[in-house]
Design a protein around this ligand. Structure first.
Ligand code: ZN
Ligand code: ZN
Length: 414
């Protein structure tokens, strides 16, 4: 297929066709400061150079500041109201079941990657976890030989038919990483470099995991080592002539008490107390099969209230709880955060910087939390960095979002 060089329209936004390999990166959980601390420690010279010679600004993430809503916003260029992925779970009131939104059938918008691929370009996506790969790579046609998408987690299972590439472990030259490890993200970058060297994709998306950021804070040896590792791969991508734009899905904060225990508001217990046991249903959209690093505790929850509940009174009582920053009706929350109303409960609750929201104390298995809890989900994890290896020109007064990353990479590089 030949390309015609015309702008590519995806979800109503226009993207200039890539003229050199263009790499958009989601550094999962990169709270502002991690990179600066690594630079201060002298282990991130490439980041330092990008910030000086290219661009370094802050952008606002999607709320809930969770991984999937933000990755899907970045890859579609639109908020969850458009793409439909508002978390890992929603509650289906008709069937009375909690439904996992990891399946592409829940995705309501095409991806920029698929749009660029359909216009005749070569595209690639590499994710840490496989759950995201299925969503981010939705709509790619591997039979063209111009699409490559796989996860570090299941790199050993990649096939030409399902991923556009096989023998990925050999290709990357690394062993299959553990799912809870810094190596999972290392694999993503190593694969990205190899893809550019061998297949020269016009557009590539790399998405890491926040295992390290859940574990340790800014400036720690472990965090600095992690960003130093990334720095080395960025240097390689830069040397290969890529345009690079890196942002994050959300920040990360300490969410624990002086004794090291998580600082949790157990909302289901609160609601049981107020509306009767099990009458309301609290959904934590952070819940996923990989809970060891956060125990399903984040700063955003949605509540389905029982028939006839006095929502205004419930909102007032919720706002009175120490550590609850925001309690809104579905309508107000969807308007403010651009969320899909059919996948949000009657009430949205957001906790403060150092608190998280749980269901019932008895339902959270915190045995996997080997470190004091760090997590995200709220407004206090909304601010993220956006870094490019070339200068960028933004419109004046533009409220930059992390999901402008492809717009920046394809339209705003000077
Ligand atoms: Zn994340
Ligand atoms: Zn996380």
């Amino acid at each position: 297929m030949t390309t015609n060089g015309n702008p590519i329209i995806v979800n109503g936004r226009s993207y200039s066709p890539p003229t050199r390999p263009t790499v958009v990166i989601c550094l999962d959980g990169s709270e502002p400061g991690y990179i600066e601390k690594a630079i201060d420690a002298g282990v991130a010279p490439t980041f330092a150079r990008f910030m000086k010679e290219g661009a370094h600004v802050h952008a606002a993430s999607v709320i809930p500041s969770f991984t999937n809503p933000n990755n899907l916003s970045i890859i579609t260029g639109r908020p969850p109201a458009v793409h439909g992925i508002a978390g890992n779970y929603f509650y289906d009131t008709t069937s009375g079941t909690e439904v996992m939104m990891n399946d592409p059938k829940f995705l309501r918008a095409p991806t920029i990657l698929a749009g660029v691929h359909d216009a005749g370009y070569r595209v690639a996506a590499v994710t840490a976890k496989d759950k995201l790969r299925a969503l981010l790579a939705h709509g790619l046609d591997y039979s063209t030989g111009r699409a490559f998408a796989f996860s570090a987690e299941r790199a050993d299972q990649a096939t030409i038919a399902a991923n556009g590439i096989d023998d990925v472990l050999d290709f990357v030259g690394l062993p299959l990483p553990e799912v809870y490890s810094a190596d999972l993200s290392r694999f993503v970058f190593a694969a990205g470099v190899k893809l550019v060297e061998r297949h020269r994709p016009d557009l590539m998306y790399l998405s890491t995991t926040d295992y390290i950021q859940h574990k340790v804070g800014l400036g720690t040896k472990i965090a600095n080592d992690f960003y130093a590792m990334i720095d080395g791969y960025l240097a390689q991508l830069d040397a290969l002539g890529c345009t690079i734009v890196a942002t994050a899905d959300h920040g990360m904060n300490d969410k624990y008490l002086a004794d090291g225990k998580p600082d949790v508001i157990y909302l289901q217990d609160v609601m049981d107390d107020w509306t009767g046991k099990g009458a309301a249903r609290v959904i934590l959209p952070i819940t996923d099969p990989y809970v060891a690093h956060h125990g399903s505790l984040g700063s955003f929850a949605t509540i389905y209230t029982p028939e006839g509940a006095d929502i205004d009174t419930l909102l007032m009582r919720l706002r009175d709880i120490n550590g609850i920053d925001v309690a809104l009706t579905r309508k107000d929350a969807c308007a403010r955060f651009e969320l899909p109303p059919d996948r949000i409960g009657d009430i949205v609750v957001i906790s403060s910087k150092h608190k998280v929201l749980g269901t019932s104390a008895a339902r959270h298995d915190l045995s996997g939390l080997t470190e004091p809890l760090r997590s995200h989900g709220g407004l206090t994890e909304e601010r993220v960095p956006l870094i490019a290896n070339r200068k960028i020109a933004l419109p004046p007064d533009h409220r930059l979002r992390n999901f402008d990353a492809f717009d920046v990479a394809l339209n705003r590089i000077q």
